[in-house]
Ligand binder design. Structure first.
Ligand code: CA
Ligand code: CA
Ligand code: CA
Length: 404
């Protein structure tokens, strides 16, 4: 028992207000909680029962007796991150504070406390594919895992993680260098418009959109030059670069992008239905092949008027002879000049495969073939001569060139 005379003595002082019992009633703490003795319902000295909960290590009778809310073997336990109780510095049961991150649905005050990295309305949120945070099974922010493929610049573990791209150096998705590389990285890719970066990701020019043919002879063809309108007089057929051409443009006078590895040429006549086409394999031992590749890749001007080696297509769905023998050269004639070739005084730039001493038959031709040749309909004059897989019709035909 606490000696009563000590309180009586205190209450006798003029600045203390005491009840008639001479005991200070201004606070509600029972005298037994401060008397230094375990009494009443206390589980240890001045704690437990109706007193405040006991600190770690004090005797307890139940969880409520302890500040940690964990009473084991009669003693209050220190908070730990696996006791199934929210205690210590924890934000919710066994998470936050000095413990690990909180699961979705647990309480939080900050996103950094959540496994998902997202704290909203006081609770950790489930990972989603639109929360702007890399979480759940995602490989990078909101992509990979259950969130679909990742775009260029995002983390990947293999090509299958990348959207129309390649999993490249540093395990980062990048644009393919060509339609051929895209098809290799993403088998089953259908024909359409995709972004490529021929001079490499992160160097040179940025990636740009091109049309890919993923069907003909296994696919992987990159379109680089096309005519779908009357050809402008005097224009260099290879005067543009492919990044300058919108895929929806009616004319693109681009050469094959710098640095490309090229094995084949595809020519499509898109005026026919279904489109006729022919394909060639470049062959370093063939002079006509070298002349065509030199022009299309490096703009090397040339005049082979029936003096080149025969360079025949390995695929030909054309219904008319354009690469025949005799007068039309048998695909052993090619010119890309801004001047005279074989006596035909070009009025301006011109390019023609199988452009021999004849006038019209060609695998492809763009620009002038000079006066002296019959004019096509609706051609306004020989200077706007153009055609693809045509044979002696003097007819303007729309077409496209692809490489792979
Ligand atoms: Ca705990
Ligand atoms: Ca996410
Ligand atoms: Ca680049």
């Amino acid at each position: 028992m606490k000696p009563i005379h000590a309180l009586v003595a205190l209450c006798a002082l003029p600045y203390l207000t005491c009840g008639t019992d001479n005991v200070d009633n201004s606070t509600e703490i029972p005298a037994s909680c401060t008397d230094g003795i375990q009494n009443a319902a206390e589980s240890d000295i001045d704690c437990g029962g109706s007193c405040t909960a006991c600190t770690d290590g004090k005797r307890c009778t139940d969880a409520a007796s302890c500040q940690s809310k964990v009473c084991q073997s009669g003693l209050c336990q220190a908070p730990i991150c696996s006791d199934g109780v929210k205690n210590g510095s924890e934000i919710d049961t066994d998470c936050g504070g000095s413990c690990g991150l909180c699961d979705s649905g647990q309480a939080c005050t900050d996103s950094a406390q959540c496994k998902s990295g997202v704290c909203k309305n006081g609770a950790c949120q489930m990972p989603t594919c639109t929360d702007g945070v890399k979480n759940g099974s995602e490989l990078d922010t909101d992509c990979g895992g259950s969130c679909g493929k990742c775009g260029f610049g995002k983390t990947c573990t293999g090509n299958a993680d990348c959207q129309n791209g390649v999993c490249g150096a540093g395990s980062v998705c990048r644009a393919p260098i060509s339609c051929a590389e895209l098809l290799t990285a993403q088998p089953g890719t259908t024909s359409g418009i995709y972004r490529i970066d021929p001079d490499g990701a992160g160097t040179g020019k940025a990636d740009f959109a091109v049309q890919c043919d993923m069907t003909i002879d296994g696919g992987g063809w990159t379109r680089f030059n096309w005519v779908k309108a009357a050809y402008p007089v005097g224009q260099d057929p290879l005067g543009q670069t492919l990044d300058q051409c919108d895929p929806s443009a009616t004319i693109c006078s681009a050469k094959i992008p710098d640095g490309s590895t090229v094995t084949g040429l595809l020519v499509k006549d898109v005026s026919s239905s279904p489109n006729q086409y022919a394909a060639w394999k470049f062959n370093a031992g063939n002079s006509t092949s070298n002349a065509v590749l030199g022009a299309l890749l490096s703009k090397t001007t040339v005049c082979l008027a029936g003096t080149g080696a025969v360079w025949a297509p390995y695929i030909n769905t054309g219904t008319r002879q354009y690469c025949g023998s005799g007068t039309e050269g048998g695909c052993k004639a090619f010119f890309y000049t801004n001047g005279v070739c074989n006596g035909k005084s070009n009025q301006a730039w011109g390019m023609e495969l199988d452009g021999d001493t004849g006038c019209a038959a060609a695998a492809f031709k763009e620009g002038s073939t000079g006066p002296g040749c019959p004019q096509a309909t609706p051609m306004s004059g020989a200077a706007d001569d153009f055609g693809f897989l045509t044979y002696y019709e003097y007819k303007s035909v729309f077409g496209e060139l692809y490489y792979r």
